[in-house]
Design a protein around this ligand. Structure first.
Ligand SMILES: Cc1ncc(COP(=O)(O)O)c(C=O)c1O
Length: 487
């Protein structure tokens, strides 16, 4: 067989990339819901390559085969579009990354790219580690980064233990994250990035992103935002100038609750003082082909596909659950056994006005139901019980419909007490500065009818007055997984 030559495949690859760029441009003209439903999977791709499958296929294959050694060489030197090996890429991951890049970049006017990861924590590590490298011209440099102290407990641990304790990289904590002067006072020539969660889990911390971006860029620092709680249906930090967004896809994006997944979405040409032009030009693309190839943090194709299916209805779902959460927050705010409700949607919340400048239901102005821009604040809220930790456990233990689990973003309502679960390991002192007391219940409202969730909350609160729980479950289920715990 006569060799076609590497250049034959490179030319064919170029034509494929041009076609893909035109298709992406066409998708960018669509509304959010259309992008969420179709993503980057086209009818042409279905008919020509996937036996007409209307739904993106799951490619459960570790590797890609090549026609000959020329194609293999072109592929492995990244000269043609390829997926090689599922630790690096895979068609199902590609569909997932494509749709998220478009959704996070929606209306931003900036080109975006995405890398999927095995979890939200892997996305966070992928986002921050490339900046934590010592400048070769400054050996012995003591690096630091500036991040809000109100963070998901796992992120808190990654920063406090894996960065600070293990590697000696200082985490400078912003405690009043809405105070831009506090952010600025922590920056020096060894700072590598600014980081925050918007809104934060569970305390509903929030800050003025435009100002933080302005500040970061003034000092040549990238701004990294964890926007898990909002999802791109309610907030798109890249539109406001942020450089990188991380998502725990495990949560509201993949609401079905079947798998753990994460993603990192970056704009092209990010700001950074690290001397690496390739990294800055296309951060997510560079991560995918180089560091994460070596680190092996990729998502599985099956999990990517499960997430794609949930993302299709993201906007309408976030609208529904936000409205239900608002109802429940309003109800709790006037309840005699509740000391405080933390929900950005409540006008009484100190950060309500600020959050209202950023959190909108995407495309509500094109929705016949609203015809105007409407604020939505997501489905994570928390409330504090009068009577301390003991009373809080009494209420928590009495939930009948709301699951007790360390999770959020589910289609089913879920609650936890962060001080004994998600934020337990960071310790009392760190919980104090992050405002996570032991009487705080975090509630993530699902897509059930809100009346039924309200009923459950109400009966649970009434147990503080001695009312008996109306339905108690057996200690273990016959033959079920929980019975094995007793064996
Ligand atoms: C805001 C936020 N970021 C990141 C994570 C970590 O995500 P994962 O559990 O997918 O690793 C979580 C998990 O709860 C979270 O709530």
């Amino acid at each position: 067989m006569e060799s076609k030559g590497v250049s034959y495949y490179v030319e064919a690859g170029k034509r494929a990339m041009e076609w893909h760029a035109r298709y992406l441009e066409m998708m960018r003209q669509c509304r959010f819901d259309t992008i969420a439903v179709h993503g980057v999977y086209s009818m042409q791709e279905a008919l020509d390559f996937n036996q007409g499958s209307t739904i993106e296929p799951v490619y459960l294959s570790t590797s890609q085969a090549y026609r000959d050694s020329d194609e293999m060489e072109a592929a492995l030197s990244y000269q043609i579009p390829t997926w090689c090996y599922s630790r690096i890429a895979n068609p199902s991951m590609y569909y997932f990354e494509g749709v998220l890049a478009l959704l996070e970049g929606y209306n931003s006017g900036v080109e975006t790219s995405c890398i999927a990861t095995a979890s939200g924590m892997a996305a966070i590590q992928s986002a921050v580690d490339p900046f934590l490298v010592v400048d070769p011209k400054k050996p012995g440099q003591k690096l630091n980064f500036v991040a809000t102290c109100q963070l998901y407990g796992g992120t808190f641990q990654q920063f406090a233990q894996r960065k600070e304790k293990d590697r000696g990289i200082e985490w400078r904590k912003v405690c009043a994250s809405h105070d831009i002067d506090e952010w600025e006072s922590l920056i020096d020539e060894n700072t590598r990035f600014l980081y925050g969660e918007m809104p934060s889990n569970p305390s509903q911390g929030f800050f003025d992103l435009k100002k933080v971006v302005e500040l970061g860029h003034k000092y040549g620092l990238p701004v990294i935002i964890d926007s898990t709680v909002a999802t791109p249906a309610l907030l798109r930090p890249l539109e406001w100038g942020a450089d990188i967004v991380v998502q725990s896809v495990t949560k509201s994006l993949a609401t079905g609750g079947t798998s753990i997944a994460g993603a990192l979405i970056s704009r092209k040409n990010i700001v950074s003082s690290v001397d690496n032009d390739e990294m800055k030009a296309n951060f997510a693309g560079w991560l995918k082909l180089i560091p994460n190839r070596d680190n092996g943090t990729n998502i599985s194709p099956m999990n990517a596909m499960l997430a794609i299916n949930d993302i299709r209805t993201l906007r309408t779902r976030m609208d529904l659950v936000s409205r239900s959460t608002m109802k429940i927050a309003e109800y709790l705010a006037q309840h005699k056994h509740v000391e405080q409700v933390d929900y950005l949607g409540l006008p009484s919340h100190p950060l309500h006005k600020l959050a209202s400048e950023y959190m909108f239901l995407v495309d509500s102005e094109f929705d016949d139901l609203y015809k105007t821009r409407v604020n939505r604040y997501g489905h994570l809220m928390s409330f504090r019980i009068k009577g301390g930790a003991k009373a809080t456990r009494t209420v928590f233990d009495a939930f009948q419909r709301i699951y007790r689990a360390t999770d959020l973003g589910r289609i089913k309502s879920i609650a936890t007490i962060p001080a004994i679960s998600t934020h337990q390991q960071q310790g009392e002192e760190a919980r104090k500065i992050a405002d996570i007391p032991s009487n705080l219940i975090r509630l993530c409202v699902g897509a059930e009818h809100p009346d039924d969730i309200m009923k459950d909350v109400d009966q649970a609160l009434s147990t503080l007055e001695g009312t008996k729980v109306y339905f108690t479950s057996p200690e273990y289920s016959a033959g079920g997984a929980s019975s094995s715990k007793l064996a």
